[in-house]
Design a protein around this ligand. Sequence first.
Ligand SMILES: Cc1ncc(COP(=O)(O)O)c(C=O)c1O
Length: 377
Amino acid sequence: MILKPQRDLFDLPPEVSYFNCAYLSPQLRAVTQAGHKAMATKASPWTVTVEDFFDTSERVRQRFASLVGTGADNIALLPSVSYGIGTAAANLPVKRGDRIVLLEEQFPSNVYPWRRLAADVGAQIVAAPRGHGGWTESVLDALVPGVAVAALPACHWTDGSSVGLEAISQRCRQIGAALVLDLTQSLGAAPFDVAQVDPDFMVAASYKWLLGPYGSALMYVAPRHHDGRPLEEGWIVREQSENFAGLVDYKDGYQPGARRYDVGQRSNFALMPMVAAALEQLLDWGVNNIAQTLAATTSQIEARVMELGFEVAGPRLGHMMGLRAPGGLPQDLSKTLQEQGVYVSVRGDAIRVSPHLYTTPSDVDRLGSALQSAMKR
Ligand SMILES: Cc1ncc(COP(=O)(O)O)c(C=O)c1O
């Protein structure tokens, strides 16, 4: 179902045409309100109960789990993608001579932990090139026996070009490689089902397509890794931590499932209600509906920019796109567009255009006109 524009749920002034959700999403009014209320919580600490350390965290876990078709026990609450990939790298067996497959020019949070691990154990990083047939074929070619981990997104962060995770997951299973996903640039705007892809670890930051605050990320951990080693040894992830009076009766066991991987102070009173409110709205719209609506918006943009001579990177997921100009891009393009109220990112040689449900037909017109005049300069 195509959803009608939801601009009134956000705080966007009419003079701003914001095509930069892949950078920082605008905030839903409901999320800002949840944040104001949450910020006041600690001003009256006598109202904070033991349950408050657990209930909102569990609500967030449950909502994120519903978004990806799994149970709350498989979800951990983190501060960042780097933290999640660090956790995966610390828990997967990689030995000397093994390979770790990434994409060329992948986002660094899903690169540096693997480079560190590879240097520590004597493994090798293989960056699959952007092939003519798209990323999927090129990753499948790289997935040969001897690969220990494929650490990938569902689309390239610079231009939304897609990575076929179902086929890749199947190949990973055939060769015994683990699959680690950073879905920051797609989750919430493109459907993803844990049961179909079966990743070992999957993490996404809250502040882009999940429409949440900065400083939060959520991670799915497959049950086969629930006995792993967390990066920290926090007290609240230990068995019976609900009993504050008994905390020095130290426990060897953890809270069930993926909770052992939660970051310290994961109950974060100021942020977690915002994460919960954003996930509630996404579930209410439905990710399939969001995806269909954004695909329609980006198709309209595609038709307009192709008339202007841009090439659109493909095959791509529906929610975002990268525009390349055969003669290259003018200097200061983002600044020139901003002067006309149009916000995009330039990443490498591509203009990254990432709308959301606040995007209206007049935003699309403004983008087309602004690009047309900027390219003439
Ligand atoms: C693909 C991708 N992953 C992760 C991040 C953020 O990583 P972190 O949470 O480690 O700051 C970004 C931010 O732009 C991103 O585009």
